[in-house]
Every structure is written in C-alpha cells, then in structure tokens.
Ligand binder design. Structure first.
Ligand SMILES: NC(=O)c1ccc[n+]([C@@H]2O[C@H](COP(=O)([O-])OP(=O)(O)OC[C@H]3O[C@@H](n4cnc5c(N)ncnc54)[C@H](OP(=O)(O)O)[C@@H]3O)[C@@H](O)[C@H]2O)c1
Length: 246
C-alpha cells in the first residue's frame, strides 16, 4: 500500500527536517507551501510540490485535491505551517494579531478539515499531527497573540480527535520550545541572544528540528496507533518542571 503524507509549511526549517524523516520511514511526501520556488529551493526541483495557501478553506481543499489527483489519498497530515511572534499585547497591532491567527489557527482548522473530509469520504483511517508551542501551556511574557493562536490549536486537536476517533482518524499535537529554524533567526541570531534563550530551559539548549521531526513521524506511524488527542511537549522541561534554585 502506498503511504502518502501531506506536509504543510514544507519550505520552513521544521518542514525540511520532517520531509527527510518521513521519507526515511517510507512515506511518499507531498510538500505544500505558498511559493513553488521556495519549496523547490528547499527540496530540489524533482520533489512533488503543491503551491497553495492552506490558511484559507479553498487553499486547504486544493492541497488535498491536488494530492489525490496526482498521487493518491494522503493518509497522514503533518501540519507545520505557522509563525512565531515575539510582541507584548500593547505592541501587537490588529494586523499582527490577525496574521498570527491566520497563519497558525486558521491554517490548522482548515487543513485538518480538508484532510478529515477526504478520509471520511474514502472511509479510510489516518493520522494527523499539528504544531503548537510551549507558550500555549505556560504563560511566557510577550507572546500573547501566538499563545492565543496555539492554545486554539490545542483545543482544536482535542475536540477533533474526539469527533473522529470512531472513524479511526488520530489527531495529535506537538508543542516545541524554541527551535533552530528561520522562524527565530532574529531571536537567536547572535551568540549572546542564543545563549540567553538557551539558559531559559531546565535542560539548557535550543531545540533541534530533527528531534521534533522524529517525534512527529512516530506519531504518524502505526507504532502510535492507540494515541490520539494528546499534546507532546519537546521543550527541555520548560512547561512542566521547575529546577532547584541554588
Ligand atoms: N522555531 C521555533 O522556535 C518554534 C517554536 C514553537 C513552535 N514553532 C512552530 O513550528 C512550526 C514550524 O515553524 P518553523 O520553525 O519551521 O518556521 P519557518 O522555518 O518559518 O517555517 C514556517 C512555514 O510556515 C509557512 N507559513 C508561514 N506563514 C504562513 C501562512 N500565513 N499560511 C500558510 N503557511 C504559512 C511558511 O511557508 P511558505 O511561506 O513557503 O508558505 C514556512 O514554510 C510553526 O507552526 C511554528 O509556529 C516553532
């Protein structure tokens, strides 16, 4: 049986790592992004790509429909499209807020909806994993908009996992702390700020997208076949432990 995985946000740092991991696990990976050139620059000109904006309902449906037409029904969805936003509430303009919600929450809502519709129509089981953030679970200063968006993503995941469990469609989320990708290049761009960011974590350091990619690939595999509705933190302990202060 062909196992087809649809990967959004594929031109980004996590998308790049996850495409490689899924291919290693035997998946045929279809890369989705808003710009074909960016996708090809990241993955080579032969990689199967779909250019569409999954933050709209039409764009999300295009991603699934083109995949079905060109290769077949995707039975896995890895939704990596999203942004980060470091800004306090009083400096978050309505436009920044709207863009943050669109990129992170709208995209997850519409993409998951399109994926589930296709599986239900084909009466096939499947699995999805979407990307939240450490800031959804614990209050981190200056992250109000992204915290709201990702908390929405986690609520979406739990409810959808409940709705579609009888159809054997599993839906989970991962919640990373800061990871070394282009999204945070400005935050960890020099040695001083990088070291400062790393010190915030109980296990000091900056996350490696390859580590998160392995967790996501596992969640999509049959090895995680009885796991749904969960949020898996990969954050050096940030959201759940308080180290002893000496
Ligand atoms: N890096 C971190 O520290 C960190 C921490 C916590 C959570 N995350 C989450 O991890 C996921 C992956 O991020 P990354 O670190 O790989 O960042 P990245 O390198 O900037 O990649 C993000 C991807 O999302 C797509 N995207 C951005 N805005 C979009 C929009 N409005 N609509 C549709 N697609 C959009 C972009 O693709 P195109 O522009 O090519 O379409 C890009 O490929 C995101 O959900 C992010 O929120 C990252």
């Amino acid at each position: 049986m062909t196992t087809i995985a649809l990967l959004t946000g594929a031109s980004g740092g996590l998308g790049h790592a996850l495409a490689a991991e899924l291919r290693r696990e035997g998946w045929t990976v279809i890369l989705v992004g808003r710009d074909l050139e960016r996708l090809r620059a990241a993955h080579g000109s032969d990689a199967p790509c779909i250019e569409t904006d999954v933050s709209t309902p039409e764009g999300a449906r295009v991603a699934v429909a083109q995949c079905q037409r060109a290769i077949g029904l995707p039975t896995a969805l890895a939704h990596c499209a999203g942004t980060t936003l470091l800004a306090p509430l009083h400096r978050t303009t309505p436009e920044l807020y709207r863009n943050c919600l669109t990129a992170n929450l709208d995209s997850a809502f519409f993409m998951l909806g399109a994926f589930v519709d296709a599986l239900r129509e084909a009466r096939q089981p499947g699995a999805a994993v979407v990307v939240s953030s450490v800031v959804a679970r614990i209050g981190v200063a200056n992250h109000e908009a992204i915290a709201a968006a990702k908390a929405g993503v986690e609520g979406l995941v739990r409810s959808a996992a409940a709705t579609y469990a009888p159809a054997r469609i599993r839906i989970n989320a991962v919640a990373p702390g800061i990871m070394d990708t282009p999204a945070v290049a400005r935050i960890i761009g020099n040695e001083v700020s990088r070291a400062g960011a790393a010190r915030q974590y109980p296990l000091p350091g900056i996350g490696d997208p390859a580590d998160l990619a392995r967790l996501m690939a596992w969640l999509l595999s049959d090895r995680a076949g009885w796991i749904t509705g969960q949020v898996w933190a990969m954050d050096g302990g940030f959201s759940s432990i308080r180290p002893l202060v000496r």
